[in-house]
Design a protein around this ligand. Structure first.
Ligand code: PHE
Length: 467
């Protein structure tokens, strides 16, 4: 009891919403959402994503934040406090951020490197063929930048919930929003003529992004769109990895949970949508439709630098702004990942924040070194059960995102839906007299629909289902 009283909390709901949105808004919003939207029929994907956010996403996010606030525990110990026999789910949930932190830091390091390249006016070399591969297969630099990124995250975590996570998010998230809006607006104004004399404009690219396309849509195609949207949403909300439980445990008892959850979802979805407005028109204008087929690291570190260099002199500035924005998104996400582990160490082993931070930073460092070596001395190429070629980074990503996260989410739905019953969550959310609103929807979602969707997602992720 004494311990719970000493637990820090966010100073108010704005701090909580911005920190949680900081976690949710990450690389996925920028390098995956726009690509999926362009591939899956533009507006059609957007509409399905929105419907899922209001139902499936709302259910998962509410559940985790309420578990955190109710138990006042970090993920490792929260599940056991709800129901002793389910403590194992806490171990699985905590394992996810332990695995993610190292490779997220390596990617964060790549972003730092690109930001520096643009700030020092070397955008043209960053756009050259082979620059990215040359960089990540190097020996020292990827390691150094990974350490820089990791250190910044560790310092923020060491400073604690209020002086670290909250104050940092309160500065970075509004700035990030401003930058995304600015770059998106710029993207809509550009046009260019290619060698064959075809002129394309940002505005045309924008329409490709938002107008629903039903051309050649089959039932199977519809399911692909549905599953893509669901997988993206699931990853984007930072659920099933203990983060939202940890952040929920810092929410004051008198805060309006439902309202905050809606705001977090709106922030996350708005940034994902705007990332599309920023990227799709620019890629379309300078590279045509083929350029829109890239996603993930190759979109961010190969295609976009080429787009920036086609913009002429302003390209360096736009590139610098873009990578600063990506860095902010990556930092606030990485902070949440580390906090999920550090808070777990603190609650389980009664460690001080300082010790827990150093321990987790060392674990991440060791893993990060392995990831970097995976492109260099330890290089190998294996094929995963879902058919993807993989090195160390991809294997870690596969285990955490494709296997563990869906499993944790399915376990959480069963625990809440059938063992401790949805009432536990609804009562927690309504504790302060605020109205839950979608109560019936929540019960049906958590008991039946969400676990069913998650099982399908798991089967698809591990390559058993091929839609
Ligand atoms: N939710 C983040 C995104 O959409 C990703 C993330 C991954 C956040 C891992 C935290 C931890 O990009």
């Amino acid at each position: 009891m004494e311990k719970e009283k000493n637990r820090h909390s966010f100073s108010g709901s704005i701090g909580f919403v911005l920190a949680a949105a900081g976690s949710a808004v990450g690389l996925g919003n920028i390098w995956r959402f726009p690509y999926l939207a362009a591939k899956d029929g533009g507006g059609l994907f957007l509409v399905i994503y929105l419907i899922l956010a209001l139902t499936f996403g709302f259910t998962l996010l509410t559940t985790e934040i309420a578990i955190g606030r109710k138990t006042k525990q970090s993920p490792l110990t929260a599940y056991g406090k709800l129901k002793e026999k389910w403590g194992f789910l806490g171990i699985l949930a905590c394992l996810v951020p332990v695995i993610i932190m190292p490779y997220y830091s390596v990617i964060g390091g790549w972003v730092v490197k690109y930001l520096l390249a643009y700030l020092t006016g070397q955008g043209a070399s960053a756009a050259a063929d082979g620059y990215f591969t040359g960089y990540i297969t190097g020996t020292a630099e990827p390691l150094i930048f990974m350490v820089v990124f990791l250190l910044v995250v560790a310092v923020i975590i060491y400073r604690g919930v209020n002086h670290g996570i909250e104050s940092f998010s309160k500065v970075l998230m509004p700035l990030l929003l401003l930058m995304v809006v600015g770059i998106a607006a710029f993207s809509l104004t550009i046009h260019a003529t290619d060698e064959s004399g075809v002129t394309r404009s940002g505005l045309e690219g924008f329409w490709i992004y938002v107008i629903p396309s039903f051309k050649g849509l089959t039932v199977k195609g519809f399911f692909t769109v549905l599953l893509d949207a669901m997988g993206q949403l699931f990853f984007s909300l930072s659920v099933a990895m203990g983060i939202m439980i940890a952040y929920g445990s810092y929410v004051k008892d008198d805060a309006n949970l439902v309202k905050s959850i809606n705001q977090i979802e709106i922030f996350d979805t708005a940034v994902a949508f705007l990332a599309g407005v920023m990227i799709i028109p620019a890629v379309y204008t300078f590279m045509g439709r083929e350029g829109m087929e890239a996603s993930g690291p190759s979109l961010m570190f190969v295609s976009l630098p080429k787009v920036f260099s086609s913009m002429g002199r302003i390209g360096n500035l736009i590139g610098a702004l873009f990578f600063a924005m990506v860095l902010f998104a990556a930092l606030t996400s990485a902070v949440s990942v580390m906090e999920a582990v550090v808070s777990s160490f603190m609650d389980q082993f009664h460690m001080s924040r300082a010790k827990a931070t150093v321990l987790e930073a060392l674990i991440a460092l060791a893993g990060g070194v392995l990831v970097c070596l995976g492109y260099n001395k330890l290089y190998f190429d294996i094929v995963l059960p879902n058919g993807a070629h993989a090195q160390v980074l991809d294997i870690m990503d596969y285990i955490s995102n494709n296997c563990l996260m869906p499993l944790v989410a399915i376990g959480t739905c069963i625990l809440i839906g059938w063992v401790v019953t949805p009432k536990t969550i609804i009562e927690e959310a309504e504790k302060t007299g605020c109205k839950f609103g979608r109560k019936q929807l929540y019960i049906v979602m958590i008991r039946f629909i969400a676990p069913a969707l998650l099982v399908i997602l798991l089967l698809k992720s591990i390559g058993i289902l091929t839609i």
